[in-house]
Design a binder for this molecule. Sequence first.
Ligand code: COA
Length: 651
Amino acid sequence: MPTRIAVIGAGTIGPDIGYYLKSAVPQLQLILVDIEQAAVDRALLRFGNYAAKAHARGKMDEAEAAALMRGVHGTTDYDAIRGVDWVLEAATEDLALKQRIFAQVEARVSAHTLITSNTSSLPAARIFSDLKHKARATVTHFFAPAWRNPVVEVVRAGAADPDMVEYLRWFFCVTGKVPLVTKDVECFMLDRVFDNWCNDAAHCLGRATSAQIDSVAAEFVHAGPFFVLNMANGNPIITEANSLQAEAEGEHYRPALIFRSVASWVTSAVGKRVAVPAEAAAAVRDRLLGVLWSQSADILDRGIGEAADLNLGCRLALGFRHGPLDLMRDLGQTEVGRVLRRFATERPGMPLPRRALGEYQRFERGLLVDSVDGVIVITLRRPEALNALHDELNDEILRVLRRHGPDPAVQGFVLIGYGTRAFCAGADIGRFPAMLGDAIASAQYARDCSRLLAYIDAMDKPIVAALNGMALGGGLELAMRCHAIVAHRDSWLQFPEITLGIAPGIGAMAVPYRRWPKSSAIFHDMLRHANRLDATKAYEAGIIAALADDYGSLVRKAIEHVQALAGKPRALLDGPVAIAPFDAAPDGNAFSREVVGIIEEAVRAAAQASTLAAALEIGYRAFGRSACTAAAREGITAFGERRSPNFSQTG
Ligand code: COA
C-alpha cells in the first residue's frame, strides 16, 4: 500500500480522487497541490464537508471522520511532493500544461515513484513523451464523482511496465474500485462511447430539440446527453476530445460546431420527458443506437477494451441502463443490422462492426476467468449488487465449468468474489417479488437455480470456494456445495433469508448438515436467527479449511487446496444424518414463527431423507411454502423499500 500520495490539481476531480484514496487507505499522507492557494483552500473545505456529511449520514463514526482529515495537506509548493510513492495528476486537460507539470514532478521524485495522469482523452504516449523514466507512468482515468463512481480506466501504455499496470489494477480492486484496463488510444474506452454519443446527439439537433433528444435517450440512460453536458460543463470537453479523435482517425469524428457557441442546453430534469413527434423520435433513437454500437464494435475490433468491461463500464460509469452489448443481444440481429445500415448512410466513415454480430456476444458478462497453475479461477463480478447471483450468472458459471472441466490440463476450479466486500450477497432478490404467493413456481425456481449446484455435486475435479468477504444466502449455499472453503480472516457467513420472511431454498437446510454433521447446532442458529458466523469461528468448527490474511494469499491457498484435492473431491453424504435437536426458539425472536416452523420441519425431514436428492427436494418445497406466507410478502417488500421488515402482524 502506498503511504504518501500527491494529487496535483485541486479543481473538482483532484480532491474527489484524494477523498477516495484517503477513505480507502486511512493512514495515507495525502498532499493536494495546486498553483492557486484559493483552489487548495476550496479543496480542503470540500474534503472536510464530505467527511462531515459521511459522519452525519452514519457512514463513518467520529473517529473515522477525524482520521480522514489527519495527514491531509494542501500546498502551492511542488517541493512538498518529494519522497511520495505516487503522484497523481488531475490538472486541466491541456497537453502542454501536463507536460510542464510532469517535468516539475520528475525533477523532484525518485525514478521509481509512480506517476499517473487523470486525463480523459490524451494518450499516455503523448503526455509522458518527455519523461526520463517512462516505465513508471500511465493514465488512471476516474469518472465523476470520483469518490463514489467505482470505475477507473487503467491504461496499458506502451512504455509502461506491465507489472505496474497490474499493481494499479490490484490496488484499485482492493480499495473498492472497478478498474478496467484499456489500450492507449485517444479517449481510451468509455469516453469514446460518451463523447461520440454526445457528438451525435448534437448532430441530431436539426431533427429534434435538446430536450427532445434527452427524452428519447432516456430509454437507454438515466440522464440524457445534454443534461450530462450541462452538469459536467462538457461542451469544451467534447470539442477537445472529438478534435483529437478527428486528427487521429478521420474527419467523421469532428465535433459538431454548435459545441463552440452554446454555453448550456435547454433540457428537462432527469425522469421528466417531453413529447417528441414519432418520426423524429425514431430517427434520433436510431442515431443514438447506431453511434453506441459503432463505437462498441470499434472498441472490441481494435482491442481497446474487453467486452465485459465495456458493458459494465457503460452501466457503472456512464449511467446506461443496459450495456451496449446487452442492448445488441436484446434487440436482435435484424434490428441491429437495420440500425447500423441507416447509421452507415447518415454517418459515412464511422466504424461499423467488422465481424458477424453474433461474435460480439461471445463473452462472460458477470465473470472473470483466469488460469493459474492449471487451476481455473472464476471471479463473480457484479460489483453493483455485491456479486449477487441471478439466472444469467448461474448459467455462466455452469458454462465455464462445463467448458474447462474436460480439459486434461485443468486440475480444478476456484470460485471467488470480486473486490473485498463480498464473495456473494446471495440470490438476486430482484427476482423474488414475482414469485410471492406461488408455491409451485417458487419451488421450481429453487430447482432451476440448483442446476449449477447439482452439477458441482457430480464433478470429478475439485472446486474450492475462496471467501473474500460476506457469503450470504444463495452465495453461501454455493460455497457450501464446493469441495472445500477457504476464507479471508475477516469474512463472514450468514443465511439472512429468515429476515426476508423466507426459507433458504437451494440446499441450506440439507447440505451443511451432511457435510459437517457435528456443527448442526451452529446451522440451526444460522437458519432460525440469521446469526452471522465469522470465518475464524467457522474455521474452528472445521467448516472452513484454511484462513488467509490477505487477498493474494487467499487465492494462493485456494489453488493449493484444489491441487491437494485433485483426483479425490469429497462427495456429499447420501444417507440420513443425525442432527442436534432444536432448542425452543427464545422469546423475542423478531422473525416469523410460521417461517421458522417451516425451516425446522424441513431441516428435520431432510436429515432423515434417505438420499441427498430427496433432502434437497424437501428444501425446494419448503422454500415454495415460505414464499406463500404473509411474512415473505412483508420481508421482500421491505427489502425493496429499503426499510426494516415488521413481522409482528404476519404470524
Ligand atoms: N440481490 C440483489 N441485490 C443485492 C443483494 C441481493 N441479494 N444484496 C445486495 N444487493 C444490492 C443492493 O440492493 C444495493 O443495490 P443499490 O445500490 O442499487 O441499492 C447494492 O447491492 C449494495 O448493497 P447495500 O444494501 O447498499 O449495501 P449495505 O452495505 O448497506 O448492505 C447487505 C449489505 C448485504 C447487508 C445488504 O445488501 C443485504 O441485506 N442484502 C441482502 C442479503 C440477503 O438477504 N441475501 C440472501 C438472499 S437469498
